[in-house]
Design a protein around this ligand. Structure first.
Ligand code: B12
Ligand code: SF4
Length: 490
């Protein structure tokens, strides 16, 4: 499937890294307990694939989180592999981990160390100044081709300081013009999953390999808390249904991956495209998928078609059960639309996940409680994810909270969606935290919900994976209850 040009082997040894973490394990604890969702770093996979396509064969991706590596494990790895170029994926909560990884790399004499991803794109000056001496440059935004251009120039001994989309220090931070966005995403090779430990990624507790897929980039909506629209821009750039189906088929046939999650935030802008994709996917046997969506997209007919094509879970960005709050964050959905949508998902016999964020301006104890009541009694989703509104740098929400002096936590490692970062006038941070825990307790610790979740797990197992998985899932369920206890006692 993959075609790699047979260009002469090149010298530069490349390492793309998800850095090892020193963070308190709150994130993984929540993720494990409620979602059991871990996914490959597709961005690094795309960068590696483009480099490979252009003849670079000495590339490794180290996903330290998938292997639960410590900083010392990573240091040993660096000593063995001795890369010439290290690129580190940096989200806001792992910014300190990235700086630490850059420092270790310089101690191990890695010549060029770069950061890329959401955080350094939003905060290039901070990334370069705090990383001074350890971070040579920052890639801003979508970086497949800027990384390629940089590597080509670097190994040919040419000046790389003209490459678009990068920032670097020359006394003060210098920012080159942005790299052009990739107009035709179909022209990209598939992410280099063969460089990743695919057996370590799980979706909702699956015992078999699963993966995420990105089917589009960019979003024309402008929800003011969203990093994705701030990062990829307002133009929605889709991949074609045919190409996506080809990727799913390749994963199924060549990598034995049956379960995929379409994780773009705006999978669902065009009903026509989802219909074409569903028709294409329905021709592939024995696959299961889930997708993220807004609540104003997709009617019953389309949802039913998706179900027939293997879709089992729809992840809906509900955000709040309060119309004033929805309007204020520019979500552009109504409570009626959301209710209708969950009714339709139920009728189409798929599972739903309602993703809710507490703590936007205007939130009070009462609005949180009424949102939880509405979720439980009216929407009745299969699963719910309750997080705290987090002001990620680069978003309108961040600017607003900063201007109002409401950001009370500067330690980015706490920007993990479960820690209260802002202080609102109607609600203390402790209250936010406690009300979130209570929401989980109220939603999940109901006999009916426990029973439904067990039945769902067992149904999935029997339907898709036979008896071995059936037994495995009984263990997952037991572990799920133990996790729930840990969390609700936190
Ligand atoms: C799948 C996913 C995950 C997966 C896998 C993450 C991973 N290792 O990549 C899991 C479940 C593990 C995860 C966890 C979390 N995630 Co997450 N995740 C996503 C999601 C939905 C898709 C990511 C993806 O595959 N994108 C597709 C690829 C092609 O794009 P990309 O990763 O952005 O990569 C491109 C550029 O960013 C850049 N780039 C990225 N890295 C690098 C590195 C180098 C060296 C270079 C040069 C360039 C570069 O180039 C790439 C190619 O163009 C995004 C939302 C989104 N739609 O992007 C959120 C998102 C990235 N996650 C987010 C968050 C907040 C989290 C968590 C804190 C949530 C939580 N509490 O569980 C944790 C943090 C984990 C941690 N400690 O680092 C935020 C990040 C916001 C921010 N400012 O940092 C996002 C944007 C969601 C959102 N809407 O706010 N996540
Ligand atoms: S939350 Fe979803 S709909 Fe809103 S701007 Fe972000 S990607 Fe677009």
């Amino acid at each position: 499937m993959r075609t790699i040009n047979t260009l002469p082997d090149v010298r530069v040894k490349i390492l793309l890294l998800v850095p090892p973490s020193n963070q308190e394990k709150t994130i993984s604890k929540y993720q494990l307990a409620f979602l059991n969702f871990t996914a490959p770093p597709l961005g690094l996979g795309y960068i590696a694939a483009v480099l490979e396509e252009h003849g670079h064969s000495k590339i490794k991706i180290l996903d330290s989180q998938a292997y639960a590596l410590t900083p010392n494990d990573y240091r040993r790895y660096l000593k063995r592999y001795a890369p010439d170029f290290l690129g580190i994926q940096t989200l806001t909560p792992n910014f300190a981990d990235s700086l630490q990884a850059a420092k270790i790399a310089k101690e191990e004499n890695v010549p060029i160390v770069a950061l890329g991803g959401y955080h350094p794109t939003a905060m290039p000056d901070e990334s370069l100044l705090l990383g001074k001496g350890n971070v040579d440059l920052v890639f801003r935004g979508e970086a497949e081709y800027s990384t390629l251009e940089f590597v080509q120039k670097y190994e040919n001994g040419q000046d790389w300081k003209e490459v678009k989309g990068i920032s670097f220090l020359k006394d003060i931070p210098q920012h080159n013009p942005p790299a052009p966005l990739i107009q035709d995403l179909d022209s990209l090779p598939l992410p280099a999953r063969h460089l990743l430990p695919m057996d370590r990624y799980k979706i909702f507790g699956s015992a078999f390999p699963a993966t995420s897929i990105i089917t589009s980039r960019g979003c024309p909506f402008s929800c003011d808390f969203c990093s994705v629209s701030a990062f990829y821009g307002a133009k929605w750039r889709p991949r074609s249904p045919g190409k996506i189906a080809e990727e799913v088929r390749f994963l199924r046939e060549e990598m034995d991956i049956k379960a995929t999650a379409f994780v773009d935030d705006l999978f669902f802008i065009s009903n026509k495209r989802v219909k074409r994709l569903s028709l294409a996917l329905s021709k592939i046997k024995d696959i299961y998928w889930g997708a993220t969506t807004r609540a104003d997209k997709g009617d019953l007919e389309l949802l039913t078609l998706m179900r027939k094509a293997g879709c089992r879970l729809v992840f809906v960005g509900v955000e709040s059960g309060n119309q004033v709050i929805l309007d204020q964050i520019h979500k552009k959905t109504t409570l009626n639309q959301i209710e209708q949508y969950f009714d339709n998902i139920k009728k189409s016999r798929m599972d739903s996940l309602a993703s809710v964020s507490f703590g936007f301006p205007g939130e009070t104890k009462e609005t949180i409680e009424s949102t939880v009541d509405w979720i439980i009694n009216r929407l009745d989703p299969s699963l719910a994810l309750f997080t705290l509104a987090t002001p990620y740098p680069g978003t309108e929400f961040y600017e607003k909270m900063l201007a109002e002096g409401r950001i009370k936590e500067q330690d980015y490692s706490k920007y993990n969606l479960f820690y209260p970062i802002t202080e609102l006038s109607g609600l203390t941070r402790d209250e936010m935290k406690n009300l979130t825990k209570l929401a989980y307790k109220r939603f999940y610790m109901r006999p009916r919900k426990i029973w439904q979740n067990t039945l769902r797990e067992l149904r999935y197992s029997m339907e898709s994976y036979g008896f071995g998985q059936f037994l495995y899932n009984s263990q997952v369920f037991a572990k799920g209850i133990i996790n729930m206890k840990i969390l609700t006692s936190m």
